[in-house]
Ligand binder design. Structure first.
Ligand SMILES: Cc1cc2nc3c(=O)[nH]c(=O)nc-3n(C[C@H](O)[C@H](O)[C@H](O)COP(=O)(O)OP(=O)(O)OC[C@H]3O[C@@H](n4cnc5c(N)ncnc54)[C@H](O)[C@@H]3O)c2cc1C
Length: 467
């Protein structure tokens, strides 16, 4: 597990700073250390201070900056809201942070074509609100949606609780406008659901973590907004019963929009912080939301109740009204901030397994936690096998961090042995680089490197990420 702190080196020469200011304007280039520090972190404990922070206002400006970077040989680290959980936006070498938040217009929402066109700096949660006002629905819902950007979501191929039923960001991206690592402006895909012209560059760029191009415009597919919703909070005395219930519900033909799991450690942290009346002795809870037509929702919730009872749940609460549902969701949303009560450094993993392997993965996580004497609360998107084992430690305690590193390796190994993946949604960034070959093999890794080399010969764009 690498920790990088770049304290700023020789600095960008004044003539280069002046050229950057000429491109984006005086105000939109930050060079003072206290400003640059604000762009040196993300949701991990990685740090790296950029030599300058630049805020382009248009695709043309992005292209000019990239051309300048190729000429003057400085790196460019694209950044949205900096909520990433794999160190993807953190500078790893001499270069600038390119922050896309000024490009934040929703350009089009079409009810006829069921699509929208947005700039990369649009906040995901605000986009949800705008499409929902028109009776439409954009499913990808990372828990960071109040701050993260659509560009960051595409670059990370973000998921979220609703991925279980509705899929992840890549299932909604129809087309992109991209500035290539050499500064050309390129379009991929388009406004049609069907499009097989050439290689599928939209898919290649979605999830490319800012290494293959800067995303400057995104066209996404929308759905009609579901008419009804109900939420169920189910308490279990045994974690294994909760994990078994997940597969049993799907076996009965119900696909909830969300199916979230929280273990006892997580429940205790949340209760201590949010005082929601959660039972501290419960081993797990499942939070499920079903959506669709009113009759479908009623039928699904009845099946869920029966399956939960058959799998020895202790209690079920069902909420129909928006404010009641919101209350049940408060517990899930409080998790990230609540668990840091245990220890200050949160290592948030998203190793993912086929959902039938959840009980085995949960067992492995418990063994790893005991073996390395670490706090390892487990919560996450159980419906799609994307648990979030979070290790809580103190980065200043070297001995503990060595145990963390070994535990992380074992978590990845367990997930891969069960037929899973290193990352369900957070990306590789810097955090998971050392393990990439375990999943892709040498040939797979070389293929990725060859693509990067072909499109970014000067290694300008987000160097030091993924591999
Ligand atoms: C509390 C919390 C909860 C979270 N929950 C979830 C969750 O449920 N699901 C999930 O998937 N993730 C989750 N995340 C992780 C994170 O929010 C997502 O990865 C999100 O997509 C990052 O968006 P951002 O705008 O913050 O991007 P940043 O963190 O700024 O950047 C992320 C990556 O994208 C690149 N990038 C950003 N913008 C562009 C662009 N325009 N062009 C090219 N590259 C770009 C960066 O270089 C970097 O590699 C969570 C994070 C936090 C802190």
């Amino acid at each position: 597990m690498e920790t990088t702190i770049l304290l700023g080196g020789k600095g960008l020469e004044n003539r280069i700073i002046n050229k950057l200011k000429a491109i984006v304007g005086q105000e939109d280039v930050l060079i003072h250390l206290e400003d640059r520090l604000c762009y040196s972190y993300d949701g991990t404990f990685q740090r790296g201070i950029p030599e300058a922070v630049v805020f382009p206002g248009s695709t043309g400006e992005v292209a000019e900056i990239i051309k300048l970077a190729n000429m003057e040989k400085f790196s460019v680290f694209p950044r949205g809201a900096g909520t990433g959980l794999s160190g993807g936006s953190i500078p790893q070498s001499f270069g600038i942070a390119l922050v896309l938040t000024r490009m934040n217009k929703i350009k089009e929402i079409s009810k006829e074509d069921l699509l929208a066109v947005v700039e990369p700096g649009v906040i995901t949660g605000q986009f949800h609100q705008e499409v929902e006002k028109m009776g439409l629905f954009y499913p990808p819902d990372p828990a960071s949606l109040k701050t993260c950007t659509m560009g960051g979501n595409v670059a990370e191929n973000a998921g979220g609780p609703r991925a279980f039923k509705y899929g992840v960001t890549k299932d909604y991206v129809l087309g992109l406008e991209v500035v290539t690592p050499t500064g050309e402006i390129m379009r991929t895909g388009g406004k049609t659901v069907k499009n097989v012209t050439g290689y599928d560059l939209t898919r290649l760029l979605t999830g490319s973590e800012g290494t293959l191009g800067i995303i400057t415009e995104i066209t996404v597919r929308l759905l009609p907004r579901p008419k009804d919703k109900k939420t169920a909070l189910v308490i279990f005395d045994k974690l294994e019963d909760a994990a078994r219930t997940v597969t049993a519900i799907i076996y009965e033909g119900v696909i909830p929009a969300t199916l979230e799991l929280m273990d006892r450690v997580t429940i205790n942290c949340v209760e201590k912080q949010a005082h929601l009346g959660l039972p501290l002795d419960a081993e797990a809870f499942l939070l499920m939301e079903v959506d669709g037509s009113s009759s479908q929702v009623a039928e699904d919730i009845q099946i869920i109740e029966t399956v939960c009872k058959n799998n020895d749940c202790r209690r079920i609460e069902i909420a129909s009204l928006p404010e009641e549902r919101e209350k049940l969701w408060t517990a899930r949303r409080a998790v990230s901030s609540a668990i840091v009560q245990l220890k200050p450094t949160k290592i948030s993993e998203d190793a993912t397994v086929p959902r039938s392997k959840i009980p085995e993965m949960v067992k492995c996580l418990r063994e790893i936690s005991a073996k390395y004497r670490l706090h390892l609360p487990v919560f996450g998107h159980a419906g799609d096998g994307n648990l979030h084992p979070n290790i809580l430690a103190d980065k200043n305690d070297q001995e503990e961090m060595e145990r963390v590193e070994k535990a992380v390796g074992e978590i990845f190994k367990a997930a891969l042995d069960l037929g899973g993946t290193l990352s369900g949604e957070h990306g590789i960034g810097v955090m998971k680089k050392p393990y990439l070959e375990w999943e892709l093999g040498e040939a797979g890794l070389n293929y990725l490197k060859a693509i990067k080399k072909a499109v970014d010969p000067n290694n300008i764009l987000n160097p030091g990420k993924i591999f």
